[in-house]
Write a protein that binds this ligand. Sequence first.
Ligand SMILES: *Cc1c(COP(=O)(O)O)cnc(C)c1O
Length: 430
Amino acid sequence: MSIENDFQLVKEFDKKYCLQVFAPMDVAFVDGKGSYLYSMEKKEEGVKKRKYLDMIGGIAVNSLGHGDKELTNAISKQAEKFIHCSNYYYIAQRSELAYRLCHNSFADKAFFCNSGAEANEAAIKIARGYFYYKGVDKYEIITANMSFHGRTMATIAATGQEKFRKPFAPNVPGFKYVDLNDYEQLENAVTPNTAAVMLELIQGESGVHPADREYIKKVSELCKAKGILLIIDEVQTGIGRTGRLFCYENYGIKPDIMTLAKGLGGGVPIGAMLCTNEVATGFHVGDHGSTFGGNPLACAAGNVVMERLTDGQLLTNVNNSSNYLFDELNKLRDKYENLKYVRGMGLLIGMEFDENLISAAGMKERFFSMGVLVSAIGKSTIRIAPPLTISTSECAEFIKTLETILKSEVGKSGPLSTIIDGIKNITGNK
Ligand SMILES: *Cc1c(COP(=O)(O)O)cnc(C)c1O
């Protein structure tokens, strides 16, 4: 049985059998190519594919776009040989990926897992293990308000947003929260028990808010001076997303621990926790592990992504497309009052609209109705994180769509309702 071509049944089964933790948009995709995804839609004349420009790339995951030949070849070749073997054995693909990651970063050692949350779990755990094995009583971890570090029990405790923690109390103890970019607050939060400071350099999930360069430099110096470990969560910002292989390179610092996931496998689930040899003493044999982590299939994918990112051309494309997008977005911001702020780095960009005029949810629906996929954050911010392979002409398509929407909203008032009416007009009854 395959229900792929019966969208009604897909929806019905989802509502009936899938735990309802997401609120999906009214679409399922059946195909992809480069920066585009295709949905199957029943029209009077028969089944037709509808094309969407994918400006969100599975939330910064599809780094090589859809259907990349090299990536799919590497995956299918590995799958034909063997998909998985246990970590009881040496794994060539894992050794190679660890080499690639360490060779191209501050890190000496890599641990592989399957997601961002797991990578952060490993980071939190090794930071505590590091001081435990030294016989030092340090366990507190300072994180930022409005941060996002994952959905597991330790990572919701690390996440500086109460709404993620409250229903699931009691939370894992030992976390403290400070405002990002307020150095004094962070300095005051440090105690003799502080083990680590854990930060995103760009807070992706809470609206694409970059940390200040000076702030991060001072935090890094403070950590060094006080023997505190600096954990940088690059689950979203890593793997070329910000125009450098890792975002910390933009800040002129070196963390002690870095976590990766989203873009690393180009869509194949994989996470990684990277650290220095010094920090690596925090885990002894048997202290940590993962059944799937570092398996040959996932690492084969990771190796293709890393190879493409380190041969120069892909990063050049990220920077070209990024420059084009920022130039055009800033022009639109100057031209249209309803676009307030343009934030981010590389191909991780947030656009904040005037919340009295445009809502994030409405804007996302409007883009969708015009065949463009974006993500909505909070009241009035749209985030884009397209494939790193996106061309400037595809970026131009996005800009054109955005301008069409902004233009159509000029002079209108009342936020959400206006836009929802607009959607009805464009796509018929949803
Ligand atoms: C997405 C994300 C996570 C969680 O990753 P999962 O793979 O969903 O567990 C953690 N940190 C940051 C910064 C993220 O963007």
